[in-house]
Design a protein around this ligand. Structure first.
Ligand code: SAH
Length: 461
């Protein structure tokens, strides 16, 4: 580390910003978040800075004198004139200020990080000037991870610190604070109910302990594979979870978002077959939740689409355990994104059918024939092996052989593959290209298509 991060105490100190242009305004905007006195040293100020002076939030001086830097903790210098900047820097340093000269890293004592601001919670990201773009990208990621109300809740918790120290026994304090930031009170606060959050905290403090943990099962959609296709709610549930049950299609990267000390249980479901029988999964997730643990059942895509969620919900309800669905991005949506082609197109395909090539062992496959109407787009899940049967059934029911079919395998992941073919060449193309599950077949039977067909038939007569 060539630079070392520290948080400066700003209250009652002065920050001197030399220069009145856009760079000075950028730095001023940052310092405005603090409690420091702001002094702008410049002959002329840009309108934003002028506005701050008029509002009394900053003070302007025209000329730099040594006294300007009295009590100065930090000075940003951005006049653009190197000799002048170095002279100002020397003056500032003589009074003990930390100096940052904009765009002259070799003359800086310190650098401004990318900041995620959830005051009083602040995350500072530095790349030692190697990759500011990376710093901003990390900032964006952290922004999505930290709830916008985190700061206000942390401030509330901070106000109760003394009360906690007084009423909660030292041995129980760590567990208590864990409950504060993972439990019901924070959930209420996130929903905008600050009063309920404060009441819950105060009640727990009065009782001298965190309330008994209430177990819960969250059926969480992990999306099609790419980590950034997870919803923010899914990320939050992962971070809250005590135990996570996941299967084959869930990317290991997604699991990294969970707390380090959460248990992870692989239940290894394959398409159409499972390493673990469903009843065993149902029983286990319910048993864990009944112990008061927060259980995440992570499922690929959206849990409500071919995810066997119904059985897990029924098991939870039968045991009186709270259960919820956290929706996810389903494979068909990811396939559409991979193709940059919408699933429905106005006037062409106004209906969208989600169906499958595979059912429970022993059950008949769906009757695709009545679903395949002109004006319909169809997404076939778990259908790679059944492609010959799908092709034959649809052709036999009169779907034109030249209907386009797009196949997307491992959509949104590094091994994503797309293939475009037509219905009458589907099985052969899949076999030829060696397409493997997981893959989605998207058939487009447009209204237009039928018109052309009818027209062909008429002209043939
Ligand atoms: N609940 C999931 C579907 C589970 S069934 C969802 O909403 O997406 C498993 C099937 O989903 C696979 O056989 C395949 O057809 C499809 N699938 C899952 N992930 C996929 C991906 N990344 N790319 C293409 N298809 C996928």
């Amino acid at each position: 580390m060539k630079t070392f991060p520290m948080f400066l105490s700003m209250a009652g100190r002065r920050v001197v910003i030399c220069g009145g242009g856009a760079e000075a305004a950028r730095k001023t905007r940052l310092i405005l978040k603090t409690e420091a006195e702001i002094v702008l040293c410049a002959q002329t100020l840009d309108p934003e800075l002028e506005g701050l002076v008029h509002a009394g939030r900053a003070r302007q001086v025209q000329e730099a004198t040594p006294e300007l830097f009295d009590n100065c903790i930090l000075s940003f210098i951005a006049t653009g004139d190197e000799a002048e900047e170095l002279a100002l820097a020397a003056m500032a340093r003589a009074k003990g200020a930390v100096v940052n000269i904009v765009d002259r890293p070799e003359h800086c004592d310190a650098f401004t990080p990318s900041i995620v601001d959830r005051d009083p919670v602040v995350v500072a990201i530095g790349t030692e000037g190697t990759a500011p773009v990376l710093g901003r990208a990390i900032k964006t990621e952290v922004e999505t991870l930290l709830h916008p109300r985190l700061g206000a809740f942390a401030a509330l918790a901070g106000r109760l610190r003394d009360a906690v120290a007084e009423r909660i026994a030292p041995a129980a304090r760590r567990g208590f604070w864990e409950w504060v930031f993972a439990g019901e009170a924070f959930a209420k606060h996130r929903q905008g109910d600050e009063h309920a959050a404060a009441d819950l905290l105060k009640q727990a403090i009065a009782e001298g302990r965190a309330p008994q943990a209430v177990g819960r099962i969250s059926l969480v959609g992990a999306g099609p594979g790419a980590r950034d296709l997870l919803t923010l709610r899914a990320v939050r549930r992962l971070q809250e979870a005590d135990v996570i049950f996941y299967d084959r299609l869930v990317d290991p990267e997604v699991l990294e978002l969970a707390r380090r000390d959460a248990d992870r249980v692989y239940v290894g479901k394959e398409v159409g077959a499972c390493a673990w029988p469903q009843e065993r999964i149902d029983a286990l997730i319910v048993a864990e939740a009944a112990k008061g643990r927060r259980v995440v059942r992570l499922k690929s895509g959206d849990p409500s689409i071919f995810g066997r969620a119904a059985e897990e919900i029924a098991a939870a309800r039968a045991a009186g355990v709270e259960v919820e669905i956290v929706p996810g991005i389903t494979a068909a949506s990811a396939a559409a994104a991979a193709l940059t082609r919408p699933l429905t197109e106005r006037g062409e395909t106004d209906s969208f059918v989600i169906t499958t090539g595979m059912c429970r062992p022993g059950d008949a496959v769906p009757d695709w024939q009545p679903l395949a109407r002109p004006g319909t787009a169809m997404a076939f899940y778990m259908a790679v092996e059944k492609a010959p049967q799908i092709e034959a059934t649809l052709l036999a029911s009169g779907v034109p052989g030249d209907c386009p079919v797009d196949v997307v395998a491992s959509a949104s992941t590094e091994s994503q593959r797309c293939l475009s073919t037509r219905l009458d060449g589907l099985a052969q193309s899949l076999a030829g290209a060696g397409v493997k599950s997981p893959a989605i077949l998207l058939l487009r039977y447009s209204k237009d298509h039928v018109a052309r067909n009818v027209h062909n038939r008429v002209s043939a007569v």
